[in-house]
Design a binder for this molecule. Sequence first.
Ligand SMILES: [Zn+2]
Ligand SMILES: [Zn+2]
Length: 255
Amino acid sequence: MFIDSHCHINFPGLGEQQDALLARMADNAVTHALCVSVNLEDFPQVLATAENHPNVYASVGVHPDHEDTQEPSVAQLVELAAHPKIVAIGETGLDYFRLTGDLEWQRERFRTHIRAARQSGKPLIIHTRESSEDTLRIMAEEGADQVGGVMHCFTESLAVAERAIEMGFYISFSGIVTFKNAVALKHVAQSISLEHMLIETDSPYLAPVPYRGKTNQPAYVKHVAEEIARLRNIDVAEVGAATSANFFRLFKAAA
Ligand SMILES: [Zn+2]
Ligand SMILES: [Zn+2]
């Protein structure tokens, strides 16, 4: 079995065909998915997705790339996270690749999410792009280790992975690990323990090989697991079992 720990199946192009996506998951032994929130405006859709499907969970948070959007408060995130299908706070973090200029608002928003996670006791889903030093520094300053979480769609160095693991975070691999030129990332996937690993699609983006460039969907997470198994020279079932157990341990979700 496999679990897609990070997808956006409420986004246009996927939201209209959720029943078909769930059927494809079942055909490919993908048992569960986590539908991740990126802003408060679309949160009702994200929650409805989880409410409509017993094997779909959801999160609440505002993505660091969304600049002109409703700014969340700690109290608001804590209140929305109280719903039983909301298993995490995020996605949150820092992105110095997509946006430039004075990004103090991004760092403040990230701190808000960490404080909400600590209050609600739910783990964090962290997005970091060309910002790993600041991301790790703010995680340490705000006590993110007290709730833990996941570094999603990981593309950083082994040193960054190890520091995140020390703070109680899991490392989640997306379709990027299947790309031929992702040499350094393949090395990370070979080096860290299976006990600290999750797999994801980040659908509709980043479809793995052999679907690279096409619209991604949760069923394709199997190809991420297959690549990790190939890199580590182990059976794909072992990757599926470990990453699924990690998912339930981290998100305290009921199987
Ligand atoms: Zn992300
Ligand atoms: Zn995402």
